[in-house]
Write a new protein. Structure first.
Length: 444
């Protein structure tokens, strides 16, 4: 649980491009070692464990690096959409990870072949990291000068995400051009200061500001102390978003851990294979819906209201699951499957929206210089909830010999999530003028 924080420290000090290479390489090396020591001539339990440990060191940092890259490269206008695409690929990989190994193992008459194919995918991820590093070193040469002043269509005055390049310009000439305390920019000479990549020189030529190379710093005790201080300086809104993510992600992750077994135990006629297929419904739809949700939020806003709607959907879904599980002996096979499918379809709305909505809000409230640390803390919250939650629900399952108590716990967490959503909306409205609920794409 502590590893993501050190990954965040590394990303903030050495850059996300270096972090991407390091952590994807660790994943590749660890998984390759794991495969080697599971191959019959060299089978070794200790060697396989060492491989998994190395893989875990890399896996714990990849999510932090990914969040930092998205937060630094996409300024407000696209952040929810690109996070949605990222989550879509994440769900696709999870779905393929569940669907392909069994078929590959059957085709090759053994599971080791499926593991080696995993190494191929990890090698491709390392190649992608190297490509990203090369692009960063070239400072995005494909960003070139635009035409003259007035050639840009000025967007409507949406608030600038807190903590990006424009915020670091406050207090200079930009402030004199008209910037309020919440970062909302006014138009000047037909050019909107809202675009974080737009610059205008002394003669009125308009061009785009190239992305700067990430600065690399050496590891020092002072640097570590600075990172620790930056944790304490993270704004209240970030901690509320982290708590919101903890609740949303773990309600889904904890349920997915026992959903197939629960469905199979509801009705004796449900086969384990069909139960597994039915349980995958809430993980399949987000592959297609997550990018759409991200674009919708960028275009119309209402981010926190979407979160509230998702929390209410979670309450409805778990209430239906409770009813179906408790009264399964009174329901026919058809009604049991129908109610369960309806509940999981409602849960798919939660799964599609909440990771995209909450994760994409972090770069809007945290300074880009500490995004790595922020996403490290963000990952720790999720890991803490998952580790403690699985133990608690497993104990309740063994103690009560059923899933009623587990579903009651998840239903209670859903209600608490609704309350927290109302709290976040109120604080955002009173302290930030509903910044997180405003759109970032012009209708023009």
């Amino acid at each position: 649980m502590v590893l993501p924080l050190f990954a965040g420290f590394f990303v903030d000090r050495k850059g996300s491009s270096s972090g991407a290479i390091l952590f994807t390489t660790l994943c590749l090396v660890g998984h390759t070692v794991f495969c080697i020591f599971l191959t019959p001539p060299l089978q070794s339990f200790f060697g396989a464990v060492v491989g998994r440990v190395i893989f875990g060191l890399g896996e714990g940092g990849t999510g932090v690096v990914q969040g930092a890259i998205l937060g630094r490269w996409f300024d407000g206008k696209q952040i929810s959409f690109v996070v949605g695409i990222s989550e879509s690929v994440h769900y696709l990989s999870n779905w393929l990870g569940k669907a392909l190994p069994a078929a590959i193992a059957t085709y090759f008459s053994g599971y080791v072949a499926a593991l080696w194919i995993g190494s191929i995918f990890l090698f491709l991820s390392v190649c992608t990291s190297l490509l990203f590093y090369a692009v960063v070193c070239e400072e995005r040469p494909f960003v070139f000068a635009l035409a003259r002043t007035g050639s840009l269509v000025s967007p409507s005055p949406f608030p600038q995400p807190i903590g990006n390049w424009n915020r670091r310009r406050l207090g200079s000439a930009t402030f004199a051009a008209g910037v309020d305390v919440y970062g909302t920019f006014e138009e000047r000479n037909g050019l909107s200061e809202m675009d974080p990549l737009v610059l205008e020189d002394d003669v009125g030529n308009v061009k785009r500001k190239p992305i700067k190379k990430e600065e690399s710093h050496t590891f020092t005790i002072e640097g570590l102390k600075s990172t620790v201080r930056s944790i304490y300086s993270l704004p209240l809104m970030f901690w509320l978003l982290a708590c919101l993510h903890l609740l949303f992600s773990n309600v889904h992750n904890l349920f997915s851990g026992f959903s197939a077994d629960m469905i199979a135990s509801e009705n004796g006629q449900v086969t384990p294979a069909f139960a597994a297929l039915l349980a995958s419904v809430d993980a399949f739809f987000p592959i297609f819906f997550a990018p759409f949700i991200g674009f919708l939020v960028d275009y119309v806003g209402k981010r926190l209201w979407f979160c509230l709607f998702a929390a209410l959907c979670s309450c409805v879904a778990f209430s239906l699951l409770l009813y179906t599980y408790i009264y399964a002996h009174l329901l026919t096979y058809t009604f049991t499957c129908a109610y369960t499918a309806l509940s999981l379809s409602i849960l798919s709305i939660v799964t599609s929206s909440t990771p995209t909505l909450v994760k994409s809000a972090v770069p809007l409230v945290v300074d880009s210089n500490v995004l790595g640390t922020a996403f490290g803390v963000y990952a720790i919250f999720e890991a803490f909830g998952g580790s403690t939650g699985h133990i608690l629900l497993g104990y309740l399952r063994d103690y009560t010999e059923g899933y009623t108590s587990d579903l009651c716990v998840l239903f209670g967490l859903s209600i608490f999530t609704v309350i927290l959503c109302f709290l976040v909306i109120r604080i955002d409205r009173s302290s930030h003028k509903s910044t997180l609920n405003l759109p970032f794409i012009s209708e023009n």
